[in-house]
Design a protein around this ligand. Sequence first.
Ligand code: SAM
Length: 327
Amino acid sequence: MSGGKIMLVGIGPGSHDHMTHRARAAIAESDVVVGYVTYIKLVADLLEGKEVIRKGMTEELDRAVNALERAREGKKVALISSGDAGVYGMAGPTYEVLFQAGWTPDSGVEVEVVPGASAINACAALVGAPLTHDFCSISLSDLLTPWPVIARRLDAVAAADFVVALYNPKSGRRTQQIVQAQHLFLRHRKPDTPVAVVKSAYRRRERIEFTTLAHMSECDIGMLTTVLIGNSNTFVRHGLMVTPRGYANKYELHGDGSTREGERPGRSLSTGLLGWMENLRADHAEGQSISALALRHKLPADYIEAVLTAPIVEVTPEAASTEESEA
Ligand SMILES: C[S@@+](CC[C@H](N)C(=O)[O-])C[C@H]1O[C@@H](n2cnc3c(N)ncnc32)[C@H](O)[C@@H]1O
């Protein structure tokens, strides 16, 4: 048993104010701190008396190997990542190196992942509240992921109306990925969809630019930029980008008297899945075909068929009263 430990520490976006208490404590209790040179600079004042291993940008696996070597010597090692170590950070590569080296959770080297505020959280906070509904992130870095895979994901999330954070949007060599992303998004989203371009969030050169999907690729975008693309409901008001949570429309009819997808007049939109299933069965019983329903709801016909043939689930008044809060 070595008694060593690897702490995969997310140091947050850059400023000490946005580093967690646990991240700071993990660095304080470590004997060795390993990280990319820029991240080491961000925590320079916390490093006194520690062995510091500075690595270049492409040396991720080396950082993990060094951390394991020192931990096997019985040392406590803080392996630092910006933002969150598990979001395009060192947590994954480190576990891969550990598994390859035959490490198991009880083989003498403890591992702790210390969460941090990722760029998506930091940038969202700076521009308002763009992530209040479903969102996802996509890295435009094609160094480790083939471009067609990235392009398919961009196309899918653009069509699915997610709010999207683009990490690694551009570098000196990778200049066309953001143009391609814009092209794919414009196939599904309006040109005036709000976009926020956030550079160096919570760092010295912080810069925020509001633009639209049509002009996104013309913005000043670099290695330390995250691009936030709104969904079809996202708006900008008083310099703040906001995606509605949905409450305002919860019981609303459209102006023309029609209802929203799959709902019937007079019915609360909060009926959700069960209400939708009930309406679907009613529409089918009234003669609407499975293919017509699939087209109307933009869902696969075999899924519609599965819903129509699923057993009916009754919600008891007691179960309904225990509905959880969504805030
Ligand atoms: C290799 S990823 C690391 C992500 C990091 N682990 C996180 O959770 O934020 C690097 C990318 O994160 C984003 N990023 C990191 N720090 C940022 C900051 N302070 N402001 C804006 N974007 C940032 C940029 O998109 C950058 O290209």
